[in-house]
Ligand binder design. Structure first.
Ligand code: ZN
Length: 228
């Protein structure tokens, strides 16, 4: 059974995405959420229509003569249906699947190219991470949580943004399925857990290292380096 997405980006985050002011890592997270979420795809369409109208209204007077053309062009861009998907080339098919141990996951479209440039997987217990190309201070990575596995309790020095790509997980605040976006600030302490019989794959964006709250003290620093 497909479960519907319940945790969405805020309207202000979608607005920043639409006007291109997000950094690349957070924009990737929002774009990937959109792959899963018809609700936010509609909101993006509405925001882009508004932005287009604002842009048209602020066009300098010298261009007024062309404003009818300008509006017509904007309307046609907004109204143009997306091109149908063409048959995937072998390179594309390789990008759309990801293998972790004995598990295979299909990646959403927005993530395929960047995920193909991931660094090698590092694993600890039932958890594995692979860094994606990203710029300071944001770190983007794929995070794999095996079935019946907990991520140690931690808090955040910056923002932690997690998008579930496959499987499901829970923490103190809810239950998350593919497409759900979870944003934790420095005030939040949580312990993500995969309590299901299926493995979970997430996209994670951190703006600062996590701070772990449990486990043997000598393991806390390596754990921190593992995640960031
Ligand atoms: Zn959404």
């Amino acid at each position: 059974m497909t479960q519907s997405v319940n945790h969405h980006p805020s309207i202000s985050l979608l607005e920043l995405y639409c006007d291109g002011s997000l950094n690349a890592e957070v924009a990737l997270l929002v774009a990937t959420h959109l792959d899963y979420c018809p609700h936010c795809q509609q909101l993006r369409h509405d925001i882009e229509t508004d932005l287009g109208a604002q842009l048209a209204a602020s066009t300098p007077a010298s261009q007024d003569l062309h404003s009818a053309d300008w509006l017509e062009m904007l309307n046609s861009i907004v109204a143009t249906p997306q091109l149908p998907r063409t048959a995937a080339s072998p390179a594309q098919s390789a990008e759309q699947l990801i293998q972790i141990g004995s598990y295979q996951f299909e990646l959403p479209r927005s993530l395929r190219r960047v995920a193909s440039k991931r660094s090698k997987w590092l694993s600890m217990g039932g958890i594995a991470t692979a860094r994606l190309p990203s710029g300071e201070p944001h770190h983007a990575s794929l995070l794999f949580i095996d079935k019946h596995t907990d991520v140690p309790l931690h808090t955040h020095q910056g923002l932690e943004m997690t998008l579930v790509l496959a499987g499901e997980m829970v923490d103190e605040n809810g239950h998350y399925v593919p497409g759900d976006l979870i944003i934790n600030s420095p005030d939040d302490t949580h312990k993500p857990r995969n309590i299901s019989d299926e493995p979970c794959l997430c996209l994670s964006v951190l703006s600062a290292p996590l701070q772990f709250k449990e486990g043997l003290t000598r393991w806390l620093n390596p754990l921190q380096r593992f995640f960031y």
